[in-house]
Ligand binder design. Sequence first.
Ligand code: SOE
Length: 394
Amino acid sequence: MSEVCNVALLGQKFMGRAHSNAYQKAGRFFNLPRTPVMHTIAGLDLIALAPFADRWGWRNYSTTWKDVVKNPEIDLVDVSTPNYMHAEQALAALSAGKHVACEKPLAHTLRDARAMKNAALRARRCKTFVWYNFRRCPAAALAHRLVKEGRLGRVLHVRASYLQSWGGPETPLVWRFQKKYAGSGAHGDLNAHIVDLARFVTGQEIVEVCGAIAETFVPERPLPSAGRGPIPGAMPARRQMGKSDVDDCVLFLARFKDGAVGSFEASRVATGHLNNNSIELNGELGALRFSFEDMNVLWLFDSREPKQTAGWRRIVCTTAGEHPYAGAWWPEGCPIGYEHTFVNMVADMMAVLGGEEPTVPLPDFADAYETQRVLEAATLAAKHRAAVKLTEIK
Ligand code: SOE
C-alpha cells in the first residue's frame, strides 16, 4: 500500500457525504501514490455524528474541530462547513502544518479569502486545494485540453450559466440565504463554479466586469421548523418568517485577458432547471459546449470541416486513454455522475500529495482567490451600476 494520508473532515452535511464517499472510493478505482485514510470526522450535531461516522467509515468522530486540526496524526484537513467557517478552520489547519482541502467558495468575504490565500503562501510545505469539482467532469477536462491545444483558435465568446430552481418562496431560511453565513446567494454558490470553470477551460483571467444585476426575488422565507409537527385539531400556526439578505440571481458581463467577452448568469429560481451548469465557447476555429445535466458529453464544432458535413459533434467522454479520468471507471459508453467528480478530485489531490501530476490542474487557495476577486468585482458592479476593473480588486 502507498503511504497513508490521514484525513480529518470538518462538516457532516451534504458536502460531508459527498467527500466521505469520495475518500471511500478513490483508492478502489485509481492507483494512488497516497492512500486516504478516513481518520476523523468533526461536526456539531453529536446525535447524528456517530451514525454518520459509522455509515461512511470514519474511524473517529469529534465535536471539537479545533482539537482535531491539531492532532499530529492528521495530514489533510477537509473544510466542508458553511462558508463563514472556512477561513477560521483553514487558517487553524495551516498553522498546524496540515494540507487543506476547502469547499467552494473559498470564503464568504474577500477579506477572509485573502487571509487564506496569504496563509497558504506562507505555509510553504502545506498544499491547498479548493473543491471546484466540475473541473473534474471528463467532458469539462477535455474542453480544457482542447482549448489548450489550440483547437478553437482564439476564443471570442464565453457563455456560462448555472441555473437551479430550488430557491422558491417555500424554501426555508437556511444558512445559504443569510449573508453573515453565506456571503452571498446564487452568486457565491453558483457563479463561483462557472467563473472557475471559465477560467479553467479558457486558461484566461477575467480582467473587467462590465456590468451586473443582482436581484432578490424572495426577501422573506419561512424559518426552518423547530421539528414539531402540527397538533391535531389545533388552528394552523402562523408561519414565522425571516429576512433573506442574499441574491437569488446574479448576471454579469466580463472581458477576458486575451480579448474574449463573456456572460455569466446564476440563479436559484430559474424554473425548469434543476442543476444546469453550462458553458459554451466560440473561437475563430471552432466551438465547444458542455452542460452538467448531460455531463458525459462534450459538443465540438470544427469550422475547418467542409460546410456540407460540418456540424456539432457529440463526444461521449467515456473512452479510456482518450478522455480524462475515463480509464479509472467503467467500460466505454458506461456513464459516470455527480459523485465521480469528487472521487476524481480525491484522486488528483492524492496524486499531488504523492508528488505526481494531477490529471488536470487543481485550484489551490491562490487560484480560488482569483475567482473570488471576480465575484467581488461583479458584486460591486451590481451595487454601483458601473464597470469594475479587476485591478481595482486587491
Ligand atoms: C447548491 O444547490 C449546490 O448544492 C452547490 O452548493 C454545489 O456546489 C453544487 O455542486 C450543487 O448545488
